[in-house]
Design a binder for this molecule. Structure first.
Ligand code: BES
Ligand code: ZN
Length: 641
């Protein structure tokens, strides 16, 4: 367990390299400079939980739930096993949000007895603290409850909102702090628990969880178990008219029938990704790895629910061009699920590490050319994200302690600045040293929750101490505790992208015609197209595109209505910027049918910023009911800003 003792300044100095771990916002514990695994953990408070997990910690949850589609609620009970870390602790405090609590009891020598509890007033972000009097001996508490039909972590789809049109669908999204809308739980990534579940669902529907799928018992209960301890944000459920197709013995795809075989084809290289990931960073520790393709309202590209990544159908492009998202979610099986950020201020430990590992795996499978193109596209995005940051602290890897919502941690700063910090370390120490170092990091910290300061201490002890010339403390601090992109950042250089830029320059300067461009673009991959499309309004790269240019491009390449969701998104962004009307009906269709936040948040934002607020509001009014609650909240905020 982490501990929160403040350490005296002299110990900070003794910790040497880990100096800025002693900055005011993070209390810390001493580091044995000689130990390979620092004996004690640093601590950063999680300001997004009410749980008293440093006194009493929940170790296991047993769910027993009816999935009620008529009322759009999960209805039943959870039994929690807990341990006291502080002798004499009398209270267990849990996170809840929008839950209806019906009864609470404790297991005592005399059997289950009603327990006293209080539910505090609700905070709009955090929900309500639930404090249960646990007496001196009890180790189990049972809470009978149901969720709210508007729980932010659950989307209930009517049959009409599914592809099959006949049966309803439910899926969850617990990250970052929506597990508390599904069950009363210590909803902080600092706490890890195992879980099991027994679910009842209407006939003809298949329930799945982020766990081992243990089948149906004689009474019709569907059984699940997750024997590895995970943070609450990885508890997940999906229920629907879902079919399965194996890719190999341990990897397969779940999806609605309409997309099942296309998904299995698109994701056919997942086994190779698992091999590459394992060779680089050690064994895959979770048993099976399956993917589920969710309905299009799923608000993310993917979500790394253990054993069962949740994926958007917008990845099924037909040509495997978007499978880096599979590499990403799979990589979370090491970075994030195995070694977890212990609070959301350290989100880069999950997402930056994962983006780095994702890119290494893509390089293994498809070569450096593709890996560098992906780095370059990411770098464009990062620079935009940095320039749009509301305040400089939000561009630090170690995020500030006053974020309004933990979702604010998931910007390209955590993902791409984080990954680039690791590229930087890789360059400085060399792959021969850095690869085994990262492998050891995952192994030594397996099933633990860690902070940025833990990583810095581990880096010092295991890599930097014996290679002091490789980097300075100031260089490291600039990455972790400083704003923007440090001067030591690597610039991804893609020959393929240079050719793309040259083609656009020539065309936009009037030095070539559309048929020259057609010849050049003949064999472009999705990545080259994405770079091309983002170059259209980048006046450093030739002239910004005009409406007439858009028309020519559209006629030559049939971009409006393209089936590749990434290309479509990039094209509609340009269409909005230059007011290219012919794309608008297809843009509207896209917004009506796709709920992936990465696309729709920016499309709505761009409409609003380019004088099309009315159109944005009109489409949102129609599309809203089909969007996930998370997306509804985000877009309402964007349009209200
Ligand atoms: N863990 C994230 C999804 C997430 C982010 C959930 C923030 C809740 C809050 C997932 O691993 C992810 O990063 N998905 C990306 C894909 C990736 C290739 C960048 C996405 O959804 O686009
Ligand atoms: Zn991720």
């Amino acid at each position: 367990m982490t501990n929160s003792r403040l350490i005296p300044f002299t110990l900070c100095v003794a910790a040497g390299f880990a100096l800025s771990a002693c900055s005011p916002n993070t209390s810390s514990a001493p580091v044995e400079a000689s130990a390979v695994v620092p004996a004690e953990r640093f601590f950063t408070a999680d300001q997004f939980t009410y749980a008293n997990y440093q006194e009493v910690v929940v170790k296991h949850a047993a769910l027993d739930l009816d999935v009620n589609f008529d009322r759009k609620v999960l209805d039943g009970a959870v039994t929690l096993r807990f341990e006291r870390l502080t002798a004499g602790a009398q209270t267990l405090t849990l996170d809840t949000k929008d839950l209806l609590i019906k009864a609470v009891s404790l297991e005592t020598k005399d059997g289950w007895m009603p327990a006293d509890y209080t539910l505090a007033d609700a905070d709009p972000v955090l929900g309500s603290a639930m404090s249960i009097a646990i007496g001196a001996d009890a180790e189990h508490v049972r809470i009978i409850y149901e969720t709210s039909p508007t729980a932010e972590g659950l989307q209930w789809l009517t049959p009409a909102q599914t592809a099959g049109k006949k049966k309803p669908y439910l899926f969850s999204q617990a990250q970052a702090i929506n597990a508390r809308t599904m069950l009363p739980v210590q909803d902080t990534p600092a706490v890890r628990l195992t879980y099991e579940a027994s679910l009842r669902v209407p006939d003809g529907l298949l329930p799945l969880m982020s766990a081992s799928q243990d089948g149906q018992d004689d009474d019709g209960n569907w059984k699940f178990s997750m024997p590895q301890p995970i943070p609450s944000y990885l508890i997940a459920i999906a229920v629907g008219d879902i079919k399965f197709k194996a890719i190999n013995d341990t990897i397969g795809v779940y999806a609605e029938e309409y997309i099942l075989s296309a998904a299995a084809k698109e994701f056919a290289e997942t086994p190779m990704m698992e091999v590459a990931n394992t060779e680089l960073y050690g064994p895959y520790r979770w048993g099976r790895y399956d993917l589920i393709v969710l309905p299009p309202s799923f608000p993310f590209g993917g979500m790394e629910n253990p054993r069962l990544s949740f994926m958007t159908p917008t990845l099924i492009a037909g040509d495997k061009s978007l499978t880096n998202v599979v590499a990403h979610e799979l990589a979370h099986s090491w970075s994030g699920n195995l070694v977890t950020n212990s609070n959301w201020r350290d989100a880069w430990l999950n997402e930056g590490f994962t983006s780095y590992v994702e890119n290494r795996v893509m390089e293994e499978l498809y070569g450096e050319g593709r890996a560098v193109m992906e780095q370059a596209l990411d770098m464009e995005g990062l620079k935009r994200a940095i320039s749009e940051a509301k305040r400089p602290e939000l561009t630090h890897l170690k995020l500030p302690d006053d974020m309004e919502h933990p979702d604010d941690a998931f910007t390209l700063v955590s993902y791409i600045k984080g990954a680039n910090f690791l590229f930087f370390l890789e360059d400085r120490f060399g792959r021969e040293k850095f690869d085994p170092f990262l492998k050891a990091w995952f192994n030594d910290n397996a099933f633990q929750s860690v902070t940025t300061e833990d990583f810095i201490a581990y880096l010092h002890v295991n890599l930097h101490k014996d290679n002091l010339d490789a980097l300075t403390r100031a260089e490291l601090d600039a990455w972790v505790y400083g704003p923007g992109l440090p001067p030591t950042a690597r610039t991804p250089e893609s020959d393929a992208f240079e050719k793309v830029e040259f083609a656009w320059n020539t065309f936009s300067a009037g030095d070539g015609n559309i048929s020259d461009l057609k010849k050049n673009a003949n064999d472009w991959s999705t990545h080259e197209w994405l770079h091309f499309l983002s170059s259209l309004s980048n006046d450093k790269l030739g002239n910004a595109v005009t409406k007439e240019g858009m028309e020519q491009l559209d006629e030559a390449f049939e971009l409006t209505g393209t089936q590749n969701a990434e290309t479509a998104f990039a094209w509609y962004m340009q269409a909005i910027k230059v007011g290219y009307e012919p794309a608008m009906p297809e843009l509207e269709k896209f917004l009506m049918s796709v709920g992936r936040g990465k696309f729709i948040y920016r499309l709505y934002g761009a409409l609003k910023d380019n004088g099309q607020a009315e159109m944005a509001n009109r489409i949102f009014a129609k599309a809203k009911a089909g969007y996930h609650p998370i997306a509804q909240r985000r877009i309402s905020d964007i349009l209200a800003e």
